[in-house]
Design a protein around this ligand. Structure first.
Ligand code: SAM
Ligand code: SF4
Ligand code: F3S
Length: 459
C-alpha cells in the first residue's frame, strides 16, 4: 500500500475550510460499490463532505463497471454530459475509477477524448487517490495511476451507504476465466483476506448495530484456496456464525463448480446464515456451459439444487443467466427456459450477452441477431414472471422475519424490506422501524414481492 499521509495532510492544508463536497457514484457489482465506500473513506479524511447532486459537487468520481458494453456506454454518456458542469464551474475536478480504467484502450480513450476528466484511478491503486487529487488541485491537466500495488482494500476505512446493511469483501479478483467475462482481466487473480481481519470487521459491524452482513467475492466458494488450507469458506461461515448478536449473514457469488456438501451443511447448520443462495447458472444447456468454460454440467447443477431442496423444499434460490451467448441455438435457449421452470427461482438476473474485447468468447462466431436476442430475453422474463407468481404464493399465511429497509415506493405509509429468503416484503409500518427486524404475516403474493401486516403484539 502507498503511504499517502503526506498528500492527505497537504490536501487538508490546501482546502482549509472543509466545505468541499464530493459526488461519488458507483456502477456495477457490490464489490465495486464497496470500493466506492473506500474511496469515500479516503475523501472524508481529506476533509470532503458528500452530496447526491452532481451540480453542487466540487469533485466528481465515477467508479465504473466494464462487465457489459451498455455499462460502459452509460458512463461515457454521463462523462460527456459533465462537460457542461465543468464549463459552469471550472474548479470542478473529475475522476474516473473502477473496472473500465483497467482496460488500456478505455483509459486512452478517456485521456484523448474527454478533456473534462482530470484523473484516472485504477482498481488496484485506490490509495493513490490523494496524490492524483493533489495534482488536479495544483492544475495538472491529466494524471493516471493504474498500477497494481494496492493491499489498501484490505485495511481501508469506509463511509458506508447504510447504517444497518454492510458489505464485507472477503476476497478480490477471479481465477475462473469464464469465456464471456472481463472481470479476471480488470480485477486480477484471486486474493483472500485474512480470516481474523474479516471476523474482526464483522464483529465490529455487529457491535455498531448492523443487521445484515453481505460477504462478497466473485466466487466465495474458493475463499482460502490461497491461504494454504488455513480456512475454507464453510469454515469462515461457521466462525462468523459464532459472533453474538441479532444479524443475518448473506454472501455472493457462489460458483456452482465449487458448491460443496460442506457449504450446504454450513448454510443449514449456521443459525445466522440467511435462507437464500444465489447460485449463478448462466445457461440451462451443458453444451453452452462448456463453451462458457463454467466447468459444471446442468446435471451437476441440478444435483446441488436437489440436495438443498431435499433439506428444505422452500429454500430460496436466485441466479444469473446470459441470453444469446455466441451461436446459442433455439434448442439451447429452450433448455434454459426448462431449467428456470424446474428450479423455480425466486428471482433471476438475466443479461443479453455482450461481447467484451480480450475475452475468449469475443473470437467466437456469433450468428444471432440483436432482434432474436431481445426476443429470447423477453420470453425468459415472461417465463420467470409466471414461475415467481406461482412460487411466491407459498409464503401466504406464513410469518416472515423481515429487515425493514425503507419507505415503499408503491404505497404511502408502507415500508419495504427483505426476508431471510431475499424476498421483497411490503407492509404497513412506521419509518422508525427502518433498520430493524419485524415479523410480518403474509397475506398477498405478487410476482415481484409479497405483502402483509406486522404481527400483532410485536411493537
Ligand atoms: N462471479 C459471479 C459468478 O460467476 O457468478 C458473477 C459476476 S458478474 C460481475 C455478474 C453477472 O454478469 C454474471 O453472472 C453474468 O451473468 C453477467 N455477465 C458477465 N459477463 C457478461 C457478458 N459479457 N455479457 C452479459 N452478461 C455478462
Ligand atoms: Fe466472471 Fe466467471 Fe469470474 Fe464470475 S466466475 S467473475 S462470471 S470469470
Ligand atoms: Fe463490473 Fe467490475 Fe464488478 S466489471 S461487475 S464492477 S468487478
Amino acid at each position: 500500500m502507498k503511504d499517502n499521509t503526506a498528500e492527505i495532510s497537504e490536501i487538508n492544508a490546501l482546502l482549509g475550510d472543509n466545505t468541499r463536497k464530493a459526488y461519488v457514484r458507483s456502477f456495477g457489482c457490490q464489490l465495486n460499490v464497496s470500493d466506492g465506500e473506500k474511496i469515500k473513506g479516503l475523501l472524508k479524511k481529506m476533509g470532503y463532505g458528500f452530496t447526491e447532486d452532481e451540480h453542487e459537487a466540487d469533485l466528481i468520481i465515477l467508479n465504473t463497471c466494464a462487465v457489459r458494453e451498455s455499462a460502459e456506454d452509460r458512463v461515457f454518456g454521463i462523462v460527456g454530459s459533465m462537460k457542461k458542469l465543468k464549463e459552469l464551474k471550472p474548479s470542478l475536478i473529475m475522476g474516473i475509477a473502477g473496472c473500465m480504467t483497467a482496460q488500456g484502450h478505455i483509459a486512452e480513450k478517456i485521456r484523448r477524448s474527454y478533456p473534462q476528466v482530470d484523473f484516472v484511478l485504477g482498481t488496484s491503486a485506490i490509495s493513490a487517490l490523494p496524490r492524483l487529487l493533489l495534482e488536479a488541485l495544483r492544475g495538472v491537466r491529466f494524471s493516471a495511476d493504474i498500477s497494481e500495488y494496492d493491499d489498501f482494500s484490505e485495511v481501508a476505512e469506509q463511509v458506508r451507504d447504510s447504517s444497518f446493511k454492510a458489505s464485507v469483501p472477503i476476497m478480490f479478483g477471479c481465477n475462473n476465466f469464464c469465456t464471456y467475462c472481463i472481470v479476471p482481466y480488470v480485477r486480477g487473480r484471486e486474493r483472500s483476506r485474512r480470516p481474523e481481519d474479516i471476523i474482526a470487521e464483522v464483529r465490529q459491524l455487529v457491535n455498531e448495530g448492523y443487521k445484515e452482513i453481505m460477504l462478497l467475492g466473485q466466487n466465495v466458494n474458493s475463499y482460502g484456496n490461497d491461504l494454504g488450507g488455513e480456512m475454507s469458506f464453510p469454515q469462515l461461515l461457521r466462525e462468523l456464525d459464532k459472533i453474538e448478536g441479532d444479524f443475518w449473514i448473506r454472501f455472493m457469488s457462489s460458483h456452482p463448480k465449487d458448491a460443496s456438501k460442506e457449504l450446504i451443511d454450513a448454510i443449514f447448520e449456521c443459525k445466522k446464515v440467511a435462507k437464500h443462495l444465489h447460485l449463478p447458472v448462466q445457461s440451462g444447456s451443458s453444451a453452452v456451459l462448456e463453451r462458457m468454460n463454467r466447468r459444471y454440467t446442468v446435471e451437476k447443477y441440478l444435483g446441488i439444487v436437489d440436495e438443498i431442496r431435499s433439506r428444505d423444499p422452500d429454500f430460496s434460490l436466485t441466479t444469473d443467466l446470459i441470453v444469446g451467448f455466441p451461436d446459442e441455438t433455439d434448442e439451447e435457449f429452450r433448455a434454459t427456459l426448462d431449467l428456470v421452470k424446474k428450479v423455480k427461482y425466486d428471482n433471476i438476473y438475466s443479461f443479453i450477452y455482450s461481447k467484451r474485447s480480450g475475452t475468449k468468447a469475443a473470437d467466437l462466431p456469433d450468428g444471432i441477431s440483436d432482434e432474436e436476442k431481445g426476443r429470447r430475453m423477453r420470453e425468459l422474463l415472461e417465463v420467470q414472471r409466471e414461475v415467481s407468481t406461482e412460487h411466491y404464493k407459498r409464503f401466504i399465511g406464513r410469518t416472515m422475519r423481515v429487515l425493514a429497509e425503507g419507505a415503499s415506493k408503491k404505497k404511502e405509509g408502507w415500508l419495504t424490506g427483505k426476508s431471510s429468503e431475499f424476498i421483497i416484503v411490503e407492509f404497513e409500518g412506521d419509518s422508525s422501524l427502518i433498520g430493524q427486524f419485524v415479523d410480518v404475516e403474509i397475506t398477498d403474493a405478487m410476482n415481484w414481492a409479497v405483502s402483509g401486516h406486522i404481527k400483532k403484539g410485536q411493537i
